[in-house]
Design a protein around this ligand. Structure first.
Ligand code: ATP
Ligand code: MG
Length: 248
């Protein structure tokens, strides 16, 4: 089989599997609610609706990533660069992910001096969503995810760091996780859903907007690791910033 046919088949089978899991769960909970409406108390109804909402969010992210992967490989991605304030975007993304991972705590430290960045708002949102979602997904139970932003005036980049405690990533896998369909094998990765597309798309989008992305995982206490993903995005120039009047 030709290389691209094999890739295409891999893509279809991964995607079908990934779509089927949340869809089956949405259908199952909807059917249960319809069939047993009178027997269910309000608390259970709410619980089931929450699962339906979470699984729908998961489907939306997945479809978003799948659309991007085709655009990325066909180079049909249009990027609309504008000056955007990142703190509001980070807060919105955290709100959404928090509801999907209620055991996790989130700590956001946005330096007041962080300037606006030059980026496509939707794509930046997708980047941040993928990284924070991973931190919540692969983070230790009940742990805190830290998000910090900084500005390094010397190279004119705004840095966004997302750190979690958890299983970590071995140094020899740093490059691999940014490639298409790559998932690291661990009991946790087998348990949680994922298509292995998130970081591949994230890296492509970051680089398309002249940014950089890197990862570092260092041993923490109790055999856990501190994993940090850092995204560097070009800051807007000072004159533009004054006009943007970005109130952080
Ligand atoms: N914060 C993290 N801690 C530990 N491992 C991670 C972390 N983030 C990513 N990984 C590893 O990198 C792999 C690739 O991540 P990526 O986001 O591309 O895919 P995914 O999360 O498996 O699926 P998707 O994002 O497409 O739903 C993951 O499967 C996981 O093994
Ligand atoms: Mg992911």
């Amino acid at each position: 089989m030709k290389e691209n046919e094999k890739n295409y088949e891999d893509f279809i089978s991964t995607v079908s599997h990934e779509l089927r899991t949340p869809l089956t769960s949405i259908r199952g909970f909807a059917q249960t609610m319809l069939a047993s409406w009178d027997k269910l108390d309000d608390e259970n109804k709410k619980k089931f609706l929450k699962i339906i909402e979470d699984q729908s969010n998961r489907l939306i992210n997945l479809v978003e990533n799948m659309l991007s992967v085709t655009k990325v490989s066909l180079n049909k991605d249009t990027v609309i660069l504008k000056e955007i304030c990142i703190s509001g975007i980070i807060e919105t993304v955290v709100q959404v992910i928090k509801s999907q991972y209620p055991d996790k705590k989130f700590e956001i430290n946005t330096d007041r001096k962080t300037p606006a960045i030059l980026a496509d708002k939707d794509k930046f949102t997708q980047i941040i969503t993928n990284i924070i979602e991973n931190a919540a997904k692969y983070g230790e139970e009940n742990s805190t995810i830290k998000i910090t932003t900084n500005f390094s005036g010397s190279n004119n980049y705004v840095s966004i760091k997302v750190t979690n405690t958890g299983i970590g990533i071995a140094e020899e896998d740093y490059a691999k996780i940014f490639t298409k369909f790559s998932r690291l094998d661990s009991p946790l990765t087998r348990k949680v859903q994922g298509s292995g597309l998130g970081l591949y798309i994230t890296k492509n989008l970051v680089e398309k907007m002249d940014g950089k992305i890197s990862v570092k995982s260092i041993p923490d206490k109790d055999g856990q690791y501190l994993t940090t993903f850092e995204v560097l995005m070009p800051a807007c120039d000072v004159e533009k910033q004054a006009r943007a009047k970005c109130n952080m």
